[in-house]
Structures are given as C-alpha cells and as structure tokens.
Write a protein that binds this ligand. Structure first.
Ligand code: C2E
Ligand code: MG
Ligand code: MG
Length: 436
C-alpha cells in the first residue's frame, strides 16, 4: 500500500489526525476499490457548549484526549480524521463489513459513557454516529469517497435529529427525510406571507347538553410540494428554527380576528383554545404582543384559552406564573393540554394556576379497554375533580368513550366522533345553526 506523505493541510494541527483533504488523498491512493471502504462519522453533541463552559484551552485538550482514545480503539483497522471541531471520521479500510462497524461504534460509545478527566475537570461527551458503506445506498461513481463521506455525515445528522445514540446507517429514505426537513425549514419563513398557513377549528361540546361551548384552533400548512404538513411537524420546525414566536403571533392575531368578526353569534361563555408552545411562556416579547392585541378589544380576552401541553417541561415556573397572571388579568384562561402524556404532575398543577385540564386521547381511550383501563380513567377523573378545574376529554372516537365521559361527569368533550376540525366559515355556520 503506498503511503501519502502528509503535507501541511493534510493534517489537523490540533489532533495530528488527517484533515478532510488529507483523508481523501490518503484513501484515493490506498483504497483499490470503494467496495472496501466503510465510513463512521462521529459528531460530538454540543461541543460549542463545552467550549463555552470550560474555555478553548480545555476544549482543545479534550479533543486531543478524545482523538488519542479513539486511536486506541480503532487501532490498525481504520484511518482517523477530524473534519471540523466536533466532527471525526473513521474510515474502515480493511474489514468494511457493517457488523464490524456497528461493533466498533458500540465500543466507542461505551468508552465515552463515562466523563473524561481533562485539566482536573470531569467532562461528559455525548456522541452521535452515522455510517455509510457501499451497498447500503448507491453513491456517485465519479467521487465515491466524497459520496460516502457525505452520506455518513447525513446519517449522523439524522441520528442527531432523532436524538438517537445508536449508529444510523445511511439509506435513501434518510436523505429524502432530511431534504424534506431542510426544504420545510427554509420555506416556513415565507409560508405566512405566501398565505400557505391557515387555521381549522375543532368544536368542543358540553358533555351534558351536547351544545358547542368552544373550539380549538389547529394550525395547517398547505405546502406547494409536500401538501398538508402535520401541525406537530410545523411547530417542531418553527421551534427549532426560531420562527415560533412569529408563527404564534400570526395564530393569535388570526384567532382574535375570527372572534371579532363572529362575536355577536358566539354562545354565552364561548372559548377559543390556542395551543401555546412552551418556549413562548418565557418570552417577554410574545407576552407584550398578547397584552397589546387582547387589550385592543377587551371583551375578547374572555373568549380566549391558552392550551399548554403537559409533555413539555418548563424551565422556570415563576416566569410561567407571571405570564399566566398577566393574561388572567385580561380574562384569558389556561388549560393543561394532553394530560397523561407527560409527567401527570399534580405538583405542577398546584404551583401553576390552570383553569382547565384536557385529558389526552390515550386516557380517554382507556374507556374501551380492559377493566383495569376503565378503573384507571375513573380514578384519574376522581383525582382531578376536587381541584375545581374544567375537565375536557380529548380525542373521543366512539360511543363507549362518550358514554364513559358523560357518566364520569367530565365537563366538556372534543373528538372526531363529535366533530372533525373544520374551516373557519364552516364552524361559524355550525354555531349559527345551533343558536338559531
Ligand atoms: P393538541 O393540542 O392535543 O390538538 C388535538 C389534536 O388531536 C389535533 O391534531 C386534532 O386534530 C387531533 N384530534 C382531535 N380529535 C381527535 C380524535 O378523535 N382522534 C384523533 N386521533 N385525533 C384527534 P393536530 O391538528 O394534528 O395537532 C397536533 C398538535 O399540534 C396539537 O395537539 C398541538 O399540540 C399542536 N398544534 C396544533 N396547532 C398549533 C398551533 O397553532 N400552535 C402550537 N404551538 N401548537 C399547535
Ligand atoms: Mg391542544
Ligand atoms: Mg391535546
């Protein structure tokens, strides 16, 4: 095997591993055929924070230590490179079978489960792994090495997006999902101005009378290529790309405008539920926007409800309380959404001033299950009742569920079996039909 004499830019100065250029040159001369090549891509999660917390000096030493340990684990079986501060490559040149690569990843993962001792500090490192090898997916014949490197990088990006510590092997579906994600992320910025977003309204009824007493506003995005994008995906993209505040302001403004236009037709005590991303509870900017918008037509505050999902944890209950107090003063109420999917924390219910609780679909569906399930839902409602909150049952999909919810005297109900989410105009017509 011919050896490449490292030139200046073929080595990474810090770790003395190959640089990207050095690795590619080395592989080009040493690999007879890309069939023999497998790539493991290692990403150190949150390395930026390590730099920030411990300083560059320690972070540099940590990377050197990391590279040394990695070398010991890989030994003669592969070639190591550092592509960027937090990106390492192991090119397996001798036994490029997937079983060997997976076992190696497991060994590396185990080795870094314990924090490393560096300059007297114990520093934890979290790793994400992507792998690529010939046969797992087709690659570009002109530049097979670059192709395999970028495939492994995409696989690691996917592992990061899934928060998975298991190695992800590149395939075409991963590429498709990542490219959809980047496209949506890019397009969301313009979705509002291009009028691709709209709201559906799902009616909520009083369980004892069947009358509509409110609705939940649900976001929809009609994307020109991908069609209807699920609300949860849109929200996740908005949260991770810093667009959530902009988007949520649009949702609130739209809901208020719908309430203003239809105020005279709404039944007494009507509430329109708006889902609130937990991230915004700590945003002074968003709170100021809410106060300004709601104060413009003071009666509308009494027709608004903010739903906060239980599955998200809040960092700062005091801030959240301040947010809730400020809006409570304008008549807005708050509900704890998806109860039963998160911590079902009674402590949180006590410390935060919720007016209503929405039982998640998974709890409501216990009504159809074993007798243990039925006992469970009965017990959950019995526990919630004395807290004096309005209990709303979500996701009613059938008769038995509705009967159970009625028998347990939950106050309100929502679900496809009652009404599906509908367009604003349709919902308005439905209300007018009820009040006429
Ligand atoms: P959620 O707040 O729990 O909203 C209820 C979800 O359950 C809605 O899904 C609704 O269409 C669905 N649903 C209602 N009844 C039934 C039923 O009987 N069976 C089943 N299987 N599903 C039912 P959707 O619209 O896809 O929204 C999903 C989640 O996305 C919402 O869950 C909420 O957390 C979030 N979301 C929606 N719109 C917004 C928004 O404007 N802002 C924020 N921050 N989140 C939103
Ligand atoms: Mg909700
Ligand atoms: Mg819910």
């Amino acid at each position: 095997m011919s050896r490449v004499i490292p030139t200046d830019n073929s080595l990474d100065n810090l770790t003395q591993l190959f640089s990207r250029r050095g690795l590619i040159d080395h592989l080009r001369t040493s690999i007879k055929h890309p069939d023999n090549l497998g790539i493991i891509y290692i990403n150190v999660v949150g390395f930026r924070h390590i730099n920030h917390i411990y300083g560059h000096d320690l972070a540099d030493d940590l990377l050197k230590l990391f590279a040394r340990i990695l070398k010991g684990l890989v030994r003669q079986k592969g070639v190591l490179a550092r592509l960027a501060a937090d990106e390492f490559i192991i090119a397996i040149t001798q036994v490029a079978d997937l079983h060997y690569m997976s076992t190696l990843v497991e060994r590396i993962d185990n080795a870094f489960r314990q924090p490393l001792l560096c300059q007297g500090e114990l520093v934890a490192m979290q790793l994400r792994f992507g792998m690529s090898a010939n046969g797992a997916a087709p690659f570009c014949d002109d530049c097979p090495i670059e192709s395999l490197l970028s495939q492994a990088s995409l696989a690691a990006q996917y592992a990061r997006s899934q928060d998975s510590s298991e190695a992800v092997l590149f395939n075409l579906e991963i590429e498709r999902q990542l490219s959809r994600h980047s496209r949506l992320r890019h397009d969301l910025q313009m979705a509002i101005s291009k009028q691709q977003l709209y709201l559906l309204y799902q009616p909520i009824i009083k369980t004892q009378t069947g009358d509509i007493c409110g609705a939940e506003a649900l976001l929809r995005w009609q994307h020109p290529i991908y069609g209807l994008v699920p609300a949860e995906e849109t929200i996740a993209i908005a949260e991770s790309s810093g667009l959530i505040e902009h988007l949520s302001k649009w949702v609130l403004a739209n809901c208020l405008s719908w309430l203003r236009d239809n105020e005279s037709d709404l039944p007494f005590g009507f509430r329109l539920g708006i889902n609130l991303s937990a991230k915004l509870l700590e945003s002074a900017n968003y709170l100021a926007f809410c106060i300004e918008q709601i104060s413009a037509v003071p009666t509308l505050g009494y027709a608004l409800e903010f739903e906060i999902t239980e599955s998200k944890n809040f960092d700062n209950d005091t801030r959240v309380n301040d947010f809730m107090n400020a809006l409570h003063a304008l008549g807005v109420v708050f509900s704890l959404d998806d109860f039963g999917t998160g911590y079902a924390s009674f402590e949180r219910m006590q410390s935060l001033d919720f007016d209503a609780v929405k039982l998640d679909r998974s709890i409501v569906h216990m009504a159809d299950q074993s007798s243990a399930g039925k006992h469970m839902i009965t017990a959950i409602v019995a526990l919630l009742k004395p807290l004096g909150m309005t209990i709303v049952a979500e996701g009613i999909e059938g008769n038995t569920q509705m009967d159970t919810i009625r028998r347990l005297k939950c106050h309100e109900a929502q679900g496809f079996w009652l009404y599906k989410p509908m367009l604003a105009g349709e919902f308005h017509a439905l209300i007018c039909q009820q009040t006429s």
